[in-house]
Design a protein around this ligand. Sequence first.
Ligand code: NAP
Ligand code: ZN
Ligand code: ZN
Length: 349
Amino acid sequence: MSTTLAFAAQNPETPLAPMEIQRRAVGPDDVAIDILYCGVCHSDLHTARNEWNNTLYPSVPGHEIVGKVTAVGSNVSSFKVGDVAGVGCMVDSCRHCASCSESLEQYCESGFTGTYNGPVFGGENTFGGYSQHIVVDQRFVLQIRHSAEQLAAVAPLLCAGITTYSPLRQWKVGPGQKVGIVGLGGLGHMGVKIAAAMGAHVVLFTTSPNKRDDALRLGASEVVVSKSADEMAAHAGSFDFILNTVAAPHDLNPFLNLLKRDATLCLVGAPDSPHPPADVFGLIFKRRRIAGSLIGGIAETQEMLDFCAEHGIVSDIEMIPMQAINEAYERMLKSDVKYRFVIDMASLG
Ligand code: NAP
Ligand code: ZN
Ligand code: ZN
């Protein structure tokens, strides 16, 4: 065991504050990592504040981790001391169910073990990346092929990148398709970059008119302010696929009406209360679909990292010291971040 300094929430109300935690000794299959950077996902905030009613306290969030390998177990050959490595949302799964056998560990039938907040179906708590050090089984550690100067901006790929890449791949997004991304936050801005790199015609839907220029710079071909009924009506029935990243409950029907026959609205945003009901007639008259998608498997996460390295894709980030996390949460709630906070872990000392 080793002691590591972390930032933790002790309950839903009080700010995150320093806390010492224990990491396990490095086992034969483990990779020990000194954390350089950790992205700040909206799921961290949902968890720290118990918005999904499943938080185990104390809670150390953080699942967009990039760091340097400091030790490896005797069975580890794909990482060596000094390598740069990544850790995303999962640190374990059952490894033998149908989903795990298909490299879809995120849908593990026993529930994957989250990098923080423990196994999704309950069990001992795990502590995430708002900390100096982590020990993870090699099967859940990713290779980073971006350049050294890009590492801070690579961290958000480990959740925001894979959560958008996976559904874009699943629904075979590519050239000749009109694809919508709803919400220009951490996930949304990665969705715009990745869908554009896949060759799609990307339309960004936002509630923030001041994000228009950024969306175009990030790769969108068009921007629609979703509060404008006229702007929305101009796109009725024209989309092959829409990916909705919004972190709050809202009416899905205006987006459903934009789908072509047989097209899909995929939800990745995970609000703390349900969306209003979808209009059944809007679905059945055009055989439209509402779907969901959860992060991505480990093999697909590696594929995404390699795709992003090849296409020069990283996140647009604002670096913060660990001590600024509570203020960063408040700004994230106001959509006041371009477009992902990343914690510089050197600030923990
Ligand atoms: P974020 O950076 O806060 O972005 C969310 C965006 O949603 C905002 O930038 C905003 O974009 C839009 N939005 C519109 N109305 C909003 C409202 N009332 N409250 C908040 N946002 C509003 O969050 P994120 O890190 O991208 O995460 C988005 C959601 O995905 C969260 O619920 C998170 O827990 C979830 N998530 C799911 C998965 C998965 O596997 N399915 C993985 C990671 C995260 P505009 O200003 O452009 O309108
Ligand atoms: Zn996340
Ligand atoms: Zn499994």
